[in-house]
Design a protein around this ligand. Structure first.
Ligand code: NAD
Length: 432
């Protein structure tokens, strides 16, 4: 099939590359000319394991192209994906300007029956708005599909190539058939395509993310209670997760959820419900807990040191989760800013996100080439992202170079007993 993908961010680039990998002819279009230039040369502008290789292979196979020209991409396409950003608006609602602008540009560029597929995360009713915007601009026949994306940064390729399920929201039989053909190569196992109306599809994405955020905040509340009553949240988590009705995923306490999706999607769901006259009290509490959690380590440090001015701290991990360089809404940003705000010096390190971190912190922090260098002379070490390489550090080496052996483990990845045996003071989340 001839496909166009509008927006070459995490979602658009992964979707475009994977759709090319299954034999389609894909043209990705972006308004960012520098990004398109880089992609044409085969340079991936973001960190996602495996993406570089897959991109190179499909560029070489002439199935994957990049352009800034909407007409060249959309004109010949049978299916056009919209994968542009939907950032948080002024009232917490999803900002739809990029989606609607893309829709208008598609409307002007279409030359044949086209299925326009919205992959961006959008509030209920957006498919109707897309349809309306395009109808005003063209007489060419088209259908609109809501096809929310569930890929996770860090495992995005696998998630796209082997999805748990694919959600197709459409009222059109013709579009439904085309989408079924397009996704068939990715669903050779028992994993289903779930067909539904556009509104249910749009809401499914928000509901799924809100549920994940709820589990995280729930566990962070339980962790806070554990600290008050002298229980160990890691034991409680195991006891809960082993119940098949509950399961383990998304039960890890920490320093809050971040990233480009959960925070904004929870807020957007609350805002869109409010517009419909419904107050989603549970999700407002989920947000409040998350905000509290993001400041937890600074508060713990204040309690320990009394004053953080002129202290030196190491922060390990900057991305919002491992295996990505995405720092949007990363808890590490709030942590570093909190420490700097109290007058501390901060030495950071991250396996891949340091170049991105410069956009956040500029010259206000020291970017260490390795984690051990970051810890040199530090009054304490903060572990903010659970990269694998932080799970089993050389504690003797650390102790020898730090000014004082104190660890604030924001992800509960270290063994408190082992760390204490090595002479460290250890603070985790919800652990005695
Ligand atoms: P992103 O910000 O990384 O990328 C968006 C891209 O769209 C940018 O390159 C931008 O230049 C481009 N763009 C904006 N307007 C355009 C236009 N009119 N024409 C062409 N290009 C345009 O965003 P992302 O992280 O890929 O997210 C995209 C959407 O997918 C969002 O709605 C997000 O909520 C959703 N989503 C994201 C993830 C994720 O893990 N990142 C997962 C699932 C769903």
């Amino acid at each position: 099939m001839r496909i166009a993908v509008v927006g070459t961010g995490y979602v658009g680039l992964v979707a475009g590359t994977c759709l090319a990998e299954s034999g389609n002819d894909v043209t990705c279009v972006d308004v960012d000319a520098r990004k398109v230039d880089a992609l044409e040369k085969g340079e991936v502008p973001l960190y996602e394991p495996g993406l570089q290789e897959l991109l190179n292979r499909n560029i070489k196979g002439r199935r994957l192209h990049f352009t800034t020209e909407m007409k060249a991409a959309v004109g010949p396409a049978e299916v056009v994906f919209i994968a542009v950003g939907t950032p948080e608006g002024a009232n917490g609602d999803a900002e739809l300007q990029h989606v609607l602008k893309a829709a208008e540009q598609i409307g002007r560029a279409m030359r044949r029956y086209t299925v326009i597929v919205d992959k961006s995360t959008v509030p209920v009713g957006t498919a109707d708005k897309i349809r309306e915007a395009i109808s005003k601009l063209t007489k060419v026949e088209f259908d609109v599909v809501s096809n929310p994306e569930f890929l996770k940064e860090g495992t995005a390729l696998d998630d796209f190539l082997r999805p748990d399920r694919v959600i197709i929201g459409t009222e059109s039989e013709r579009a439904r058939k085309l989408m079924g053909q397009l996704y068939a190569p990715f669903l050779r196992t028992e994993n289903p395509i779930l067909y539904m109306d556009t509104r249910s599809a749009e809401l499914t994405k928000y509901a799924a993310n809100a549920m994940l955020a709820t589990r995280i905040s729930f566990m962070n509340d339980i962790a806070a209670l554990c600290e008050k009553v002298g229980a160990d949240v890691e034991l409680v988590r195991q006891g809960m997760g082993s119940d098949k009705r509950i399961g383990y995923p998304f039960l890890n306490p920490g320093i809050g959820y971040g990233g480009s999706c959960l925070p904004k999607d929870v807020k957007a769901l609350v805002a869109s419900a409010r517009e419909s006259g419904l107050e989603l009290e549970l999700l407002r509490a989920v947000e409040r807990t998350n905000q509290r959690q993001k400041t937890l380590l600074v508060r713990k440090a204040m309690k320990h040191f009394g004053d953080l001015a002129d202290k030196t701290f190491a922060v390990w991990g900057l991305s919002f989760k491992p295996r990505t360089d995405d720092m949007r809404e990363a808890p590490a940003v709030e942590l570093v800013e909190g420490l700097l705000g109290k007058g501390a010096r901060v030495q950071v390190c991250d396996p891949v996100a340091s170049p991105v971190a410069r956009k956040y912190f500029g010259d206000r922090v020291l970017y260490a080439p390795t984690c051990y260098v970051a810890a040199e002379g530090a009054d304490a070490l903060f572990l903010a992202t659970e990269w694998n390489e932080f799970r089993n550090p050389d504690l003797k080496r650390l102790k020898a170079t730090m000014r004082s052996p104190i660890i604030f483990d924001g992800r509960n990845v270290l063994d408190p007993e082992q760390v204490r045996e090595e002479g460290f003071t250890y603070y985790g989340i919800g652990r005695p």
